[in-house]
Design a protein around this ligand. Structure first.
Ligand code: SAM
Length: 233
């Protein structure tokens, strides 16, 4: 398996534990990690169907789920779907586990590391929907190469997505929004669903809010909700 230093432009995070877990959360984390976390074998394709107890109807992927509110809400609303979430921070994954326990959700498997390591091992055309919600904007120009929405990462994502699959990206950062649109519009693999401004000004009803969206709203910043489709091959 590649390590983080081998991924172009990245050293994503130095520390992955920002603060110690509370006792109850730590106990839940220790119980859920062996059952629900994804580990990768060297250079082998990941067999998604083996991750779940029953073969799901579809697989949906969330990159950078934070504390997992959106992922758990989606998983609860769609028990027939197998959800795969990526988040390198222990505190984020612990937040996800707490929400999974509270909502009695079991159709999520999580990868506690850089999403790009996992994506490289997912076979082509298996993912029916992907979410990148409020990705870190890395506002300084010299850090733009760390942005998760990049031509290289979009190429990998387009390989994973089924024809017509949805890619949803939300952001409250004006400059990153323009960057995201530019990268997606120049990609031959994606079409933007943009027939009406409501498509990007209003959060769709089946798009649960996230912590970072609420943080932005609390300080008066509006967000943009973009939905793209994988162009059929
Ligand atoms: C600004 S937060 C947004 C969290 C959540 N999606 C929300 O909207 O509340 C961005 C998240 O992406 C995660 N992240 C950044 N780079 C990542 C990567 N390469 N793979 C997986 N997660 C990543 C960060 O750890 C962080 O939790």
């Amino acid at each position: 398996m590649k390590n983080l230093e081998n991924i172009q432009g990245s050293r994503v995070y130095g520390r992955r534990l920002s603060k110690p877990l509370k006792k109850t959360s730590a106990a839940r984390f220790n119980e859920y990690f062996p059952k629900y976390s994804i580990s990768l074998a060297d250079d082998e394709n990941l067999d998604l169907s083996k991750l779940f107890d029953h073969e799901p109807k579809e697989y949906w992927l969330e990159i950078g789920f934070g504390k997992g509110e959106h992922l758990v809400a989606q998983a609860k609303a769609h028990p027939e779907i197998g959800f795969i979430g990526c988040e390198p921070f222990v505190n984020g994954v612990s937040g996800l586990v707490d929400h999974m326990v509270a909502e009695k959700v079991t159709n999520i498997r999580f990868f506690m590391n850089d999403a790009r390591l996992l994506m490289d091992q997912i076979p082509s055309s298996l993912i029916s929907r992907a979410f990148i919600l409020f990705p870190d904007p890395w506002p300084k120009r010299r850090h733009h190469k760390r942005r998760i929405v990049s031509p290289g990462n979009l190429t990998v994502l387009s390989r994973l997505l089924k024809d017509n699959a949805e890619l949803r990206i939300g952001t409250d950062h004006h400059d990153y929004c323009r960057w995201i649109l530019a990268r997606l519009l120049e990609s031959p693999d994606f079409n933007w669903q943009s027939d009406h401004p409501d498509n990007w000004h209003k959060r769709p009803d089946d798009w649960p809010s996230t912590r970072y969206e609420r943080k932005a709203l609390a300080v008066g910043r509006k967000s943009t909700y973009m939905t793209f489709n994988r162009v059929p091959r």
